[in-house]
Ligand binder design. Structure first.
Ligand SMILES: [Zn+2]
Length: 345
């Protein structure tokens, strides 16, 4: 039913776990290293040292000398082991020849999945200005109401939690409007200008903190102007921008033509379809907003876990939104990383 509305709970497919797998497959050194580690208990060079010592001791040495020999052998063994471990450690850190750039990226991502977004600053520069963005949101919302069935059920709760997230976000100064869509599919999405939607099925599934995680994620898309960036790349951008500039609010040809174009965009889910990086960025903005809004960010983890479980038990409830994005694990691990990081600072 909500086909095309791809956001909130969309599962970003992403590099860390995949790259880790690729790294393991493509780096045969790791396999060799593990085997070398297995052999460390009794390396050949150390045994050859022990055997001559043992022969000498049988012939001439006294018992005290024998004890000394074993001490020496043990020392050699320890030194060799330490050296081998150092080698293993350095091999793990040194990328295979030719793989340097990619491996360096892998380690950077492993260290901080959100490194690309930490210093981001958000504005409408180079995009529709804020006034036109809000006009666009109003027009798009009109098309959403034609396509989906909105309800007041649970709206107070969504409004209360959503406004807290919006005020704590990096874009608190526009008027956010929260809506509930009647649907058995678990979903949420947002549009330019601050319109945020969640389904009745999602409201049943999520407790207040988990709902906050979804709403904060959706507000994150609005903060980062993701839909505006998508629109900018579309063929219709110039026509839409021009129409919005001319739009007076009075029904007329301009509004009618714009309505047709935007209706098609809503139908295709064009503006609610985000890239994996945009999903990751919305997760990042969302999890950081949660404590500022007075919610427990850990609920973003439990929300993903609930979705993961539903996907395994009855994926039809997640509709088309989840079937092709099998990476909840990555989002869970990224969210945990960020929570730990927030606790440290
Ligand atoms: Zn999203």
């Amino acid at each position: 039913m909500l086909r095309g509305s791809r956001c909130a709970l969309r599962r970003t497919g992403c590099p860390r776990s995949i790259l880790r797998l690729l790294l393991a497959r493509k780096n045969p050194r790791r396999v060799r290293l593990v085997r070398a580690e297995d052999r460390l208990d009794f390396p050949a060079d150390v045994s050859s040292l022990i055997i001559p010592i043992r022969k000498v001791s049988e012939q001439t040495m006294k018992r005290s000398n024998l004890r000394l020999s074993f001490l020496i052998a043990a020392a050699v063994l320890c030194a060799t082991t330490a050296q081998s471990l150092t080698l293993i450690r350095s091999h793990n850190m040194v990328p295979a020849p030719g793989n340097h750039a990619r491996t360096a990226t892998t380690f950077a991502q492993y260290d901080d999945p959100y490194s690309d977004f930490r210093n981001a600053r958000y504005s409408n520069a180079g995009l529709l200005n804020e006034r036109d963005e809000i006009k666009l949101g109003t027009q798009l919302h009109r098309e959403v109401t034609k396509k989906y069935s909105l309800t007041d059920v649970g709206l107070d709760r969504v409004e209360r939690i959503g406004q807290r997230c919006a005020r704590a976000s990096l874009r608190p100064n526009i008027l956010y409007r929260f809506h509930v869509v009647q649907s058995r599919e678990i979903n949420g999405f947002s549009l330019p200008g601050g319109h945020v939607y969640v389904t009745t099925a999602l409201l049943k599934l999520a407790n207040d903190n988990e709902l906050a995680s979804v709403l904060a994620h959706e507000v994150g898309h609005v903060v980062a102007r993701h839909s505006l960036k998508t629109l900018k790349q579309s063929q219709e951008y110039n026509d839409i921008a021009k129409s919005l500039g001319e739009l007076t609010g009075v029904a007329g040809d301009v509004a009618r033509d714009l309505g047709v174009t935007l209706g098609q965009m809503v139908g295709a889910g064009f503006l609610t379809l985000h890239t994996r990086d945009e999903e990751r960025e919305a997760d990042f903005l969302g999890v950081r907003t949660m404590p500022k809004a007075g919610f427990d960010p850990q609920a973003m983890v439990t929300m993903f876990q609930k979705l993961q479980r539903i996907e395994q038990e009855n994926s039809s409830l997640l509709g088309s939104l989840f079937s092709d994005h099998p990476d909840a694990e990555e989002r869970i691990s990224n969210t945990r990383y960020e929570i730990a990081r927030m606790k440290r600072r």
